[in-house]
Ligand binder design. Structure first.
Ligand code: HEM
Length: 136
């Protein structure tokens, strides 16, 4: 079955440039959220100019097979959770913005793969941090 025209015109997450545009759209949503934004800006106090290339490299690894990203993402979130306990709601919101940012600008095989991977990793991360449903 063919995709509707508007969907078929959207780019897929199949090139570093498209992944970069996606990361910007995703973080525009995250950083507008009253609950999630302070985790980035105050709790982790990240420098966004250093952070973006890392997030891009991460998704380039998962979607394009690029090997540049070699950091331990789980440990980084473990440290974050130790500073401020992450909640089930944080994960639900994070994933909702990811899926919204993906669907609003992108379509295709890699876009579907990105959403599947994000869902699985968010679930695993949550389990590993022992965050129960409705814990907040
Ligand atoms: C409740 C959900 C989440 C929140 C609030 C969150 C928040 C954050 C924050 C604040 C950082 C910066 C940490 C630091 O540099 O000290 C970060 C880094 C990162 N996050 Fe998340 N995150 C969440 C879930 C996820 C998930 C599910 C994934 C993967 C699918 C992910 C992928 C990453 C990556 C790749 C980095 C960069 C790590 C690096 O510096 O190499 N995050 N996250």
């Amino acid at each position: 079955m063919s995709l509707p025209i508007s969907e078929s015109k959207k780019p897929d997450l199949d090139k570093p440039e498209h992944i970069a545009t996606f990361v910007e759209a995703f973080y525009a949503r995250l950083l507008k959220d009253e609950t999630l934004a302070p985790l980035f800006t105050d709790v982790a106090a990240i420098n966004i100019r250093e952070h973006f290339p890392r997030i891009e490299a991460y998704w380039q690894k998962l979607l394009l097979g690029d090997r540049q990203y070699q950091r331990h993402t789980m440990n980084i979130h473990r440290q974050l959770d130790a500073k401020q306990r992450l909640t089930a709601e944080n994960f639900d919101q994070w994933l909702m913005y990811f899926i919204e940012a993906a669907d609003s600008g992108f379509a295709g095989e890699n876009t579907e793969k990105a959403k599947r991977i994000a869902t699985v990793i968010a679930g695993n991360m949550r389990k590993s941090l022992q965050i129960e449903k409705n814990s907040d």
